[in-house]
Design a protein around this ligand. Structure first.
Ligand code: NAD
Length: 291
């Protein structure tokens, strides 16, 4: 039986964590998914996780076509579904439109959108340039808006297909714990994720009558390239654990499993919700010992 459970790499200060093997049920068989920013990190994990669950997956990337092709090959190998890579800057309206048009031509429609592409451009607030502000808002917030809008148009055009899913479509926005935790030195990033949070809820409220579900996953510290400085030395990792009551860094698999579930009919009555997948980072860890 296929599993997406895996032996995780050793954390510097803890024995290896072994995730329980998760039997794959092809709950997304026949569904067409698009994952943005899927050539690395969380997006790559989600794209492969949806593929394992039986979906056909478009792997969006903006740079590094070889990495995107490797994800495509993994999806075809393990999920048995169809997959291709598509280059598109999610902050560019014309490119986003083209990406959805091609998906409609090649896959017929879209059932699942995972708005994952994101980046950071950090600076002390008084030194932050307008270019840094616009870049982060453009990709992290406007990019999610542009992709969600195209997806909703297609979901409404096509409607519910009961043989495929109870819902006409599902959107999963990858936000961050920084949609509620202020983040000094990262004002543009926190503003973008705070924006994602209310954008997600407002879209969810507006499109629910069409049986379109819109939810968010807000990760804490996940072991990916975006935050390598926070976990790649023992000193950094030990410092990071002060913020994580569960005392381990999150793994891409943690997010992939939640995304596959949120995309499936098992979560059919959930819309407008944010799942904080953070080992307790949003639980005010400073009060762990009673304050
Ligand atoms: P990552 O850098 O590995 O992934 C981000 C991906 O987005 C990259 O593949 C990048 O090429 C892509 N991307 C950037 N600009 C793009 C654009 N204009 N168009 C299309 N793709 C673009 O980092 P990650 O940790 O996997 O981040 C994925 C998402 O998770 C981001 O939205 C990030 O904000 C969020 N997140 C990550 C963490 C974490 O701890 N890693 C925590 C909270 C939230």
């Amino acid at each position: 039986m296929d599993t997406i459970g895996s032996t995780l790499p050793s954390d510097p200060t803890l024995p290896p964590v072994v995730m329980p093997a998760c039997p794959i049920e092809r709950k997304l068989k026949g569904q067409k998914a698009l994952v943005t920013g899927a050539s690395s990190g969380i997006g790559k994990g989600i794209a492969i996780g949806l593929g394992h669950a039986g979906a056909d997956v478009v792997v969006n990337y903006v740079s590094g076509p070889a990495d995107a092709e490797a994800v495509v090959e993994e999806i075809k190998r393990c999920g048995g579904g169809n997959s291709y890579a598509h280059r598109c800057d999610v902050s560019n309206e014309a490119e986003v439109r083209q990406m959805f048009e091609r998906m409609r031509e090649d896959f017929g429609t879209i059932d699942i959108l995972v708005n994952n592409a994101g980046l950071q451009q950090d600076a002390p607030f008084e030194e932050m340039t307008l270019a840094q502000w616009n870049k982060v808002i453009g990709v992290n917030l406007t990019g999610q808006f542009l992709c969600a809008r195209e997806a909703v148009r297609e979901f409404k055009r096509r409607g519910v297909q009961p043989a495929v899913s109870c819902a006409a479509g599902k959107i999963i926005c990858i936000s961050s714990v920084h949609d509620v935790i202020p983040w000094a030195g990262h004002v543009n990033y926190a503003a973008s994720k705070g924006g994602v949070s209310l954008m997600m809820k407002s879209i969810a409220q507006e499109v629910a009558p069409w049986r379109i579900r819109v939810n968010a996953i807000s990760p804490g510290a996940i072991r990916t390239p975006i935050n390598m400085k926070a976990w790649d030395t023992i000193e950094a990792y030990t410092e990071l654990m002060k913020l994580v009551p569960y005392k381990r860094i999150g793994e891409v698999d943690d997010i992939a499993r939640a995304a596959a579930w949120l995309a499936s009919d098992d979560s059919d009555y959930i819309t407008g919700a944010t799942i904080y997948l953070d080992g307790g980072m949003t639980l005010y860890p400073g009060f762990e010992t009673g304050g």
